[in-house]
Write a protein that binds this ligand. Sequence first.
Ligand code: 13P
Length: 250
Amino acid sequence: MNRIVVANWKMNPQSQKEAEVLFKESYSLAKNIKNTKIILCPPFPFLFVSKKFKNKNISLGSQNVSTKTEGSYTGEVSPKMLKDMGVSYTIVGHGESRRLGETNEIINQKILNLLKYKLTPILCVGESVRDANGSFLLLVEEQIKKSLIGVSGAQMKNIIVAYEPIWAIGKNATREATKEEFMEMKIFIKKVVSDIYTPKIAHSIIIIYGGSVNPLNTRSFIQDGGADGLLVGRDSINPKKFGAVLSALN
Ligand code: 13P
C-alpha cells in the first residue's frame, strides 16, 4: 500500500537559494524510497522552484488557497494558479492557520474551491486540549462536519484527513500523540464520515497523523497506529531527519 508523507515546510526557509537546496535534498532522499508518496509543501514563493526537479514519487502541495476563484482579491492565490504551478494538494485547516482566524466556514469554502479545480485538500483537524470527558471529540466532529458541507460522496474520496492535535504540534508541543490515541481518533473520524456519507466511503478515506513526527516514532504511527501516512513539520526541513523518517517507512 502506498503511504503518504506530507512535508509542511511552514514559513521556511527564508530564501530561494535555501529552498533550492531543500528541494534538491528532498528529491535525492526520495530516490530510494518505495511505496510512498511524498508531498512537499513549500511556502507560495518557492512553489516554482520545484519545476527544476522531477521524481514520480514526489508531488507538490501548497499550504493555503483562496476561497475565491479570480479577480479583485488582493493577496489571494487561486486554485487555478496553484494548478498551473504543478500543485496537486493543499493543506487547509491547519492549527496554525486556525489560530490566525481560519474558521470551519472558511475551510469549507476553500475545500469546495479546491475540489472544483481537482486539487486534493489535506484537511487538518485536531483539538487544542484533551479533556477527560471527551468533549474534544465533539470539537473534531464539528470541524469535520462543517468543513465538508456541500462535498459529495464522490468528492470525499479525494480528501485526505490529517489528525493533528494542536498540543502535539511544533516546538511548544507538550508531547506527541500515542499510537493508541491516533488509532482511537482514526476510528472516530471514520464514524463521523460514515454518518455523513456511507460506511464504504468512510472505509476508503485516507487518514494521516501529524504532530512531532520524528524518525523514532514514524514506524509506530504507521505500523501499530494504522496511519495511512504522516504530516511532518520540523523534521521535514532537516534533510537528515527527513531522510530518517522516510527510511523508517521502508
Ligand atoms: P511538527 O512536526 O513540527 O510538530 O509540526 C507538525 C505540523 O504542524 C505539520 O503540519
